[in-house]
Write a protein that binds this ligand. Structure first.
Ligand code: COA
Length: 193
């Protein structure tokens, strides 16, 4: 799809993206069991905005809304590793050249570079296909694994904390922020096992 078509507000499809052991694909109903497990993990709900407590209906509603189409401007992928659902990653395109990313990796897939490869794929897609000139990120202050992950991909983390920047379950909280320009994106080979 051309840059011209994507910069506007029109719908875009969710393409398969793949590198090494990581496949990004549309969500499927058979992801629901593993999504429930992942979203009940303490690290997931501590550092994201998933509902807490996380019920099966939350995953069912998420997948039903998400399957294959961008939701409210966000293009969402399931992360698959070795045939198993292993996380979510999404890019919110503002239609004016910026994408904001969010993700989790399921506990069973963490610590093997899955998140950084998935993030690289989405950033590369945003630059090549999404008409973006910058990708932005934020994480609750203290989320060191996520910060380390974006730094590996090439993001520059800003020195100052952005105070009360996001809402997590009704409370405004401080975040780290970062940005990535196309020339900052590391070579994919540096992230692959
Ligand atoms: C953050 C998250 C996505 C990382 O996924 P992952 O697949 O493990 O990521 P990667 O393996 O590519 O990179 C993680 C890096 O953090 C490092 N790390 C992990 N725990 C760490 C800690 N406590 N302190 C410092 N670094 C840590 C890892 O060693 C790795 O760096 P390395 O490759 O240099 O060793 C995953 O931990 C997660 O889903 N957490 C809960 C949800 C969440 O935080 N989502 C992001 C919200 S902004």
């Amino acid at each position: 799809m051309s840059r011209h078509q994507q910069v506007g507000a029109g719908p875009i499809d969710v393409p398969d993206l793949e590198a090494g052991p990581v496949l990004l694909r549309k969500h499927r109903p058979d992801d629901i069991d593993d999504m429930v497990l992942a979203c009940r993990d303490e690290q997931t709900w501590t550092w994201t905005t998933v509902p807490q407590p996380y019920e099966r209906e939350h995953a069912e509603a998420y997948v039903a809304r998400t399957v294959g189409t961008p939701v409210d401007g966000e293009t969402r992928w399931a992360i698959e590793v070795d045939g198993r659902f292993s996380g979510n990653i999404g890019a919110m395109l503002d239609g004016e050249g910026r994408a904001d990313v969010g993700y989790f990796v399921s506990p069973w897939a963490r610590g093997h570079g899955v998140g950084s490869v998935a993030l690289w794929l989405v950033c590369d897609w945003a630059f090549r296909e999404g008409g973006c000139v910058v990708v932005t990120w934020n994480a609750l202050v203290g989320n060191t694994p996520s910060r380390r992950m974006v730094e590996k991909v090439g993001f520059r983390v800003h020195r100052d904390v952005s105070r009360r920047y996001v809402v997590q379950r009704g409370e405004r909280v401080d975040v780290w922020t970062a940005d990535l320009l196309p020339e900052d994106l590391v070579l994919l080979g540096t992230l692959l096992p």
